[in-house]
Design a protein around this ligand. Structure first.
Ligand SMILES: Cc1cc2nc3c(=O)[nH]c(=O)nc-3n(C[C@H](O)[C@H](O)[C@H](O)COP(=O)(O)O)c2cc1C
Length: 195
């Protein structure tokens, strides 16, 4: 299984990074991981120029930045894992930029004739960390990604998140580690033939 991880925390060793580390450490050889650290990349915002809508088989974006690499990796992957802390009830800015660039770049819905979604049938999942109780923290992003998946003709495998209870105690503990491993097992059990 080819797994693409899009990691978007401004803290390279923060809570989301620690959670992701526990998840990826659990993977066996059946998982081929490609990871992009979005904060280390040159990524620009979609400007709605519609250049991507002039072709039906590629990206064709007006920007010359690192997004082409993500576009290509997404097309080559089976499963895409979005990993982000929750700030102000949603994902971090570079992840939002990626979501916007991909929805237009991949979906040729906005030109003169209705075209395809180039990544139709792929699966996405979310891992997030947050400070509030889960139902008031990652709920809006989860709902947003469910809707994003439907619009893009993707499957949504699920969302997993952990709460940072306080700045005074360590984020990682045995219970969190166990749940991270269970989520890794869920990702590994994902069966592409169900698509
Ligand atoms: C500016 C800022 C905004 C935040 N907004 C939220 C929020 O809306 N909901 C929430 O549950 N936690 C919020 N948090 C807490 C973070 O999501 C939490 O500490 C997270 O685990 C940080 O992950 P990181 O260490 O990977 O950066 C916020 C933290 C900061 C600094």
């Amino acid at each position: 299984m080819k797994l693409l991880i899009l990691f978007a925390s401004p803290r390279p060793e923060g809570n989301t990074a620690q959670l992701l580390e526990k998840i990826t450490k659990r993977f066996d050889d059946s998982v081929e991981v490609t990871r992009f650290d979005l904060y280390k990349m040159n990524l620009k915002s979609c400007i709605a120029c519609l250049r991507c809508q002039k072709v039906s088989d590629g990206f064709n974006c007006v920007h010359d930045d690192d997004m082409q690499k993500i576009f290509d990796a997404a097309l080559q992957s089976d499963l895409i894992l979005f990993a982000t802390p929750i700030y102000s009830f949603y994902c971090m800015p570079p992840m939002k930029m990626v979501l916007d660039r991909l929805v237009y770049g991949m979906c040729k819905y906005y030109g003169e004739t209705m075209g395809p979604s180039l990544w139709a049938g792929k699966t996405i999942a979310l891992v997030s960390t947050f400070g509030y109780p889960e139902e008031k923290a990652s709920d809006l992003l989860t709902e947003g990604l469910v809707r994003y998946a439907k619009h893009n003709k993707l499957n949504f495998l699920g969302a997993y998140g952990e709460r940072q209870r306080s700045y005074r105690e360590p984020f990682m503990n045995e219970a969190v580690e166990k749940r991270a491993e269970a989520f890794a097992d869920k990702l590994m059990a994902y069966d592409d033939s169900l698509n």
